[in-house]
Ligand binder design. Structure first.
Ligand SMILES: Nc1nc2c(ncn2[C@@H]2O[C@H](COP(=O)(O)OP(=O)(O)OP(=O)(O)O)[C@@H](O)[C@H]2O)c(=O)[nH]1
Length: 554
């Protein structure tokens, strides 16, 4: 018998069926109660939206909005809304019916749009309570039902959760893309590829004794698995752009005492978040504030001034500052231009580059700029399945060097400063730092040198330029959520895909002498991991974790 394409297809579809056997029973059972909830915000407002989902919706429409025939689906109708228990009119408002399965949850759904007074809302909720089979929804229960009824997969559910929690414009864009199914499509595509590979391989195992078997089948599977391996590697080694955007970019302000770190923190957050005094060592602990900078979510940290000190409390502050520096996505290193002015005044020759380098050296901070992994991945050739790069997880961060107290620079020193080309300064400082880090730069590598800029926290001079640089660094760290293939956004995804990659790599090491049955089992494990990723295979425990972060009414 010859392993034909058709056989492969037949196997492929039976494989899908087997895969589906792994699913937990996700269909919503018909005896489930009907749920309702206030879906708009609490408190007095113009309009309140109350949603109902489940079998009792038709009864609700009859009893509370006096529909003897069901209204036209998805069309708002103005009705008097009545408490069917006592016949009292609650309010006059819009009623919309979404019959199953064409609703958010996949069940019959009703939406009431009423006046947003607390008494109206509470009267409607009480009236719904009295309808048999109706109860208030738990947090995220509408979405859980949508998931159970196959309306959304797990990544889309997570995208929806992120959309609800999105606080900045760029976060919103990423969440919307995920909710719209871009990530789901990517993972489903990978799953379909693996199903095809398993089918071909198993056809080969079953029919390999026949001389007519197409010899290239195994090689073709290996090559397709190799490509997939590279795609997943690329997706995993994206310098955590999507996760960073979801969780917030860690921007840490570092420097010696008294250089103006807290002043910069206050200027950025536009409030006196940190105490500013002329006493060196004022800030001891880490002070954090959440900011929205050009649509990017930022966790900004002010830290204790870095210096050797005998003071127990300050010492602990310095340890914390250094630890925080290690976790930073963007390091903002503040230097005091008055110190450079003093050098000049004392006739000590020092160019601004020399000053910056010597100051940074004395702080003892690591200021790497680009990760080797990102460079290798960027340069890898997708068409060559054997070129899976060896990935090195290296620190990846961006640095901005802020020369503060510009207002205190005068005379010739100011003239010197103004005559310097910023690009030349960036390159000079960058080259020195790279040389000191002992790393060799690859030619034409997309390495960003630290950016240097001059500001005065007192007068605000240079602050716009600093903000523009910070914005460009945030863009580099988070990427554009709408460009290219969708980003990995959650640690959960990372964990499943890392396991997939390990199994794909194991498969890639298979030799003709190996047992193909064991090799195909590795691919089946990949299928199971992708199933867990998209929620095809799940447990109540995982569902509880995912839905508990949803708000009531969603
Ligand atoms: N003239 C001038 N003074 C500044 C500027 N920025 C900060 N200062 C002053 O410098 C002093 C120290 O400022 P801070 O912001 O507390 O400095 P810090 O780096 O946080 O200090 P530590 O808490 O000791 O680490 C204060 O007296 C500020 O008013 C500036 O741009 N120009």
């Amino acid at each position: 018998m010859v392993a034909t394409t058709n056989q492969s297809f037949t196997q492929s579809s039976s494989l899908v069926k087997n895969e589906n056997k792994l699913d937990i029973n996700t269909s919503t059972s018909s005896h489930q109660s009907t749920i309702f909830c206030l879906s708009s915000g609490k408190g007095k407002c113009g309009i309140a939206v109350i949603r109902v989902s489940g079998q009792a919706c038709r009864q609700v429409l009859k009893d509370m909005a006096q529909f003897h025939h069901m209204p036209i689906p998805r069309q708002a109708v103005l009705r008097k809304i009545v408490d069917s228990g006592n016949g009292v009119v609650i309010d006059k408002g819009l009623v919309i019916f979404f019959p199953a399965p064409h609703s958010f949850t996949g069940e019959d759904c009703v939406e009431f749009h009423l006046h947003g007074g607390p008494a109206v809302v509470s009267a409607l909720l009480c009236a719904l309570h009295s309808i048999p089979g109706c109860r208030e929804a738990h947090p995220g229960e509408f979405t859980k039902r949508a998931f159970m009824n196959g309306k959304l997969d797990m990544t889309e559910v997570e995208g929806l959760g992120d959309l609800i929690h999105a606080e900045t414009e760029v976060q919103r864009r990423q969440a919307l893309r995920q909710m719209d199914g871009d990530l789901s499509q990517l993972y489903q595509g990978w799953r379909a590829d693996i199903i095809k590979c398993v089918a071909d391989l198993e056809a080969f195992i079953d029919f390999s004794e026949d001389q007519d078997i197409e010899e290239h089948v195994v090689e073709s599977v290996k090559s397709r698995v190799g490509k997939l391996r590279l795609e997943i590697s690329r997706h995993l080694h994206d310098n955590r752009q999507g996760e960073r955007l979801r969780d917030g970019v860690q921007v840490v302000i570092l420097g010696e005492p008294n250089v103006g770190k807290s002043s910069l923190m206050n200027a950025l957050s536009q409030r006196p978040a940190a105490i500013v005094t002329d006493v060196a060592g004022t800030t001891r602990d880490i002070i954090e504030t959440h900011l929205n900078i050009a649509g990017y979510p930022v966790l900004l940290s002010d830290t204790a001034g870095l210096r050797d000190t005998a003071d127990k409390v300050e010492k602990e502050g310095v340890i914390r500052a250094r630890k925080r520096a290690e976790q930073a996505d963007v390091k903002v290193v503040v230097l005091d231009l008055q110190q450079w002015q003093n050098c000049k005044n004392n006739n000590r020759k020092s160019s601004i580059t020399e000053f910056v380098i010597s100051q940074i050296n004395s702080l003892g901070l690591q200021l790497y700029q680009a990760s080797a992994s990102s460079l290798q991945i960027l340069n890898a050739d997708l068409s060559d399945s054997d070129s899976t790069p060896q990935l090195v997880d290296e620190e990846y961060c961006q640095t901005i060097i802020v020369l503060n107290k510009l207002d205190l620079v005068q005379g010739n020193t100011l003239e010197d400063l103004k005559s310097i080309d910023n690009k030349v300064l960036n390159c000079a400082v960058g080259s020195c730092l790279e040389a000191q880090s002992g790393r060799e730069l690859e030619p034409n590598s997309p390495v960003d040198f630290p950016s240097v800029c001059c500001v005065s926290c007192t007068t605000g001079e240079g602050m716009q330029e600093f903000l523009a640089i910070l914005e460009s660094k945030l863009k580099i760290m988070c990427g554009d959520p709408l460009a290219g293939s969708p980003s990995l956004t959650q640690a959960r995804h990372r964990s499943h895909l890392t396991k997939c990659l390990a199994d794909l790599e194991q498969f890639g090491q298979m030799t003709p002498a190996d047992d193909f049955v064991i090799a195909s089992e590795a691919l089946r494990r990949v299928l199971r991991e992708i199933g867990k990723l998209t929620g095809k295979i799940t447990t109540e425990e995982i569902l509880d974790v995912i839905f508990r972060d949803f708000c009531i009414g969603k």
